[in-house]
Design a protein around this ligand. Structure first.
Ligand code: DP6
Length: 364
């Protein structure tokens, strides 16, 4: 088993690099079994239960990191650009990320970094960019570390990237690789870890190939509850322990479902997970309702369409009002038509994003 200390370099770096630049893209991901709740007693960003997600393909962050040796090595120094323009508001988050990863990346104070980041999805679309953003950043820092220590194995490179991304934002650790990623200790998934995400190694039926995710933008406003506050609500939550057990059970049940391609069973778990996530928020203290009337309209319309057509389309939700519509590739034409005819009216300014399952971070 890998432990936190395994990601602290034990020998000095073998190479000396003056400057350079890397660029990586990393996608967003959508959880099928949700991460909601942290075990703060076990360390930073340790999930209270395991989760599993589809890595997405089109919704991604593209980040370059230029680095140059500096004289004063007492503290970090970096500039942050968003779409080429300085963005002071984003700096504290990056500063915190650097502080968190510093024990594992001893070179950080040796360089000045220029971080330039952009998203492929519209700004303020209500889609969180923390998963893709932290994953893209982690990949760049790993590329720098690999220059300093080229002997590093590929396995270590990706595991540590996921480990670092997790310290930035928990779900980001599931955005390094594709196309189904497990994060969190799960007894019968070999190699699963609380420290980083691992690609699901079980058999996966061809019906899940190119699985589609159309994201309906119901409410593009600022998040009502930040994920940090949200996760905290699971402390002393009356249903927490049972919920954490349920996540394990749901992942267990998904293993044979992925193999057989039983979409009816798949849908039951995925939709139940989405509603359970929101049920946790509705039953915490303080309590929140993050769905909007249109979220419910969409859910009911999907249920009606599924019943009438037998097309295996379902929904899942994040900690917000937007709806992810999930369906197999072979139903794409019919479902897109359905979305255009019956669901677009519930989206803010008729906006939605078409995505599908993808393969993780890529160097550019
Ligand atoms: C509802 O990963 O955003 O999307 O670790 O505090 O950054 P932090 O939280 P974050 O939480 C994601 C919660 C979720 C479910 C999921 O993606 O599993």
């Amino acid at each position: 088993m890998t432990a936190t200390n395994d990601f602290i370099p034990t020998t000095p770096y073998t190479h000396n690099i003056e400057k350079g630049i890397f660029q990586w893209s990393a996608p967003s991901n959508i959880a099928l079994v949700k991460y909601w709740g942290k075990r703060d007693d076990l360390g930073h960003q340790i999930p209270a239960n395991p989760s599993i997600s589809f890595t997405l393909n089109n919704c991604k962050t593209i980040t370059s990191v230029a680095f140059e040796k500096k004289v004063n090595q007492d503290n970090w120094s970096f500039d942050l650009l968003f779409e080429g323009q300085p963005k002071e508001e984003f700096k504290p988050k990056i500063q915190k990320f650097l502080e968190r990863i510093a024990p594992y990346m001893p070179f950080l104070k040796d360089y000045h970094f220029t971080i330039n980041t952009q998203n492929t999805f519209p700004h303020s679309s209500g889609i969180a960019s923390s998963a893709s953003g932290m994953a893209a950043l982690a990949m760049n820092f790993m590329s720098i570390e690999k220059e300093l220590h080229p002997e590093m194995t590929e396995e270590y490179f990706y595991q540590k990237a996921s480990f670092l991304a997790r310290l930035g934002s928990g779900s980001a650790c599931r955005s390094i690789k594709g196309n189904l990623v497990v994060w969190g200790n799960q007894e019968n998934i070999e190699g699963s870890s609380n420290l980083f995400g691992v690609p699901f190694s079980g058999k996966v039926h061809s019906v899940f190939e190119n699985y589609q995710d159309t994201i309906l933008l119901v409410d593009k406003g600022e998040k009502q509850v930040s994920s940090t506050v949200g996760h905290d609500l699971m402390h002393n939550h009356p249903f927490a322990e049972r919920r954490f057990e349920q996540a394990h059970e749901n992942i267990d049940q998904l293993i044979p479902i992925f193999e057989t391609g039983d979409l009816e069973a798949f849908i039951k778990i995925v939709e139940s997970e989405a509603l359970t996530l929101h049920a946790m928020m509705m039953t915490s203290m303080p309590y929140f309702i993050l769905m909007k009337p249109n979220t419910l309209q969409i859910i009911n319309t999907i249920w009606k369409f599924r019943k009438e057509t037998n097309i295996p389309v379902c929904f899942t939700l994040d900690a917000g009002a937007n709806v992810h519509v999930l369906y197999p590739e072979h139903t794409k034409e019919k479902v897109l038509q359905f979305i255009k005819n019956e669901l677009v009216g519930y989206c803010q300014n008729g906006q939605y994003l078409c995505d599908q399952i993808g393969f993780g971070a890529a160097t550019l």
